[in-house]
Ligand binder design. Structure first.
Ligand SMILES: C[S@@+](CC[C@H](N)C(=O)[O-])C[C@H]1O[C@@H](n2cnc3c(N)ncnc32)[C@H](O)[C@@H]1O
Length: 219
């Protein structure tokens, strides 16, 4: 079972600081693992979010602001969090209307982010943590940070099943990072259901897709 990045937080923020200047071309131009379908996948997050003007959106791991920008174009109010100072600086330049903060999404959130949002979204971020860490985070967000009727949308490097993920690890062995916990939808859905979350998943490229999570209020 993948246990997540073994790098220290300082090393991880340094890694993303170093990536910030050339992140956009590397993500958008990728036709292969891990970013295949990147633009379409972000568009799908917005489609599945089904927003109205004025809705409050939180983007976790906002990066340079590519997903946040899409919600601003829909006249939403956008908050973004990222632990890389350089990524936040890029986002401040590209989405100045968003409220941005430098913080680790796995730590206690800054006070101004301790509120409820209509949608909490994240793209290409959570695969850095182990599945049980992600499930606990998603449950906490669904319980404490979503408005009634809210939903969480997660786009990431993901596969429909654990066996599809195992095949992919062979196919892309040269660029597969064993420290990263790429999603398998069957495994993630079962773990989330167990924790009281409903989950749906849509595969959108050979290595990427979008989850929608809501609180299971049937029990
Ligand atoms: C691959 S980039 C994705 C950026 C953006 N979401 C996108 O789709 O283009 C991952 C981003 O998540 C941030 N990140 C990763 N782990 C984080 C954490 N634990 N807390 C806050 N930000 C984090 C990184 O600094 C980086 O900006």
């Amino acid at each position: 079972m993948c246990s997540g990045s073994t790098m220290t937080q300082m090393d991880r923020t340094r890694l993303f600081d170093g990536w910030a200047d050339h992140y956009d071309p590397s993500a958008a131009a990728e036709d292969d693992f891990p970013f295949a379908g990147y633009e379409r996948i972000l568009d799908e997050v917005v489609g599945l979010a089904d927003v109205r003007p004025g809705m409050r959106i939180l983007d976790l791991g906002v990066g340079t602001g590519n997903l946040a920008a899409r919600f601003l174009r829909k006249s939403c109010l956008v908050w973004g969090m990222d632990f890389s100072a350089k990524m936040v600086a890029q986002a401040r330049a590209s989405v100045p209307q968003a409220t941005l903060v430098r913080a680790n999404l796995l730590d206690e959130w800054p006070i101004s982010f301790q509120q409820r949002f209509d949608r909490v979204v994240s793209a290409y971020v959570l695969h850095e943590s182990a599945l049980d860490t992600r499930v606990k985070l998603l449950k906490r967000i669904a319980t404490d940070r979503l408005s009634p009727g809210g939903r969480i949308l997660i786009a990431d490097i993901a596969f429909p099943t654990t066996s599809a993920r195992a095949e992919a690890s062979q196919r892309w062995a040269a660029s597969w990072d064993e420290d990263e916990c790429y999603w398998a939808a069957d495994e993630a859905t079962a773990a989330c259901n167990e924790a009281g979350l409903l989950a749906t998943y849509r595969q959108l490229s050979a290595c990427g897709g979008v989850f929608v999570f809501t609180l299971d209020q049937s029990g």
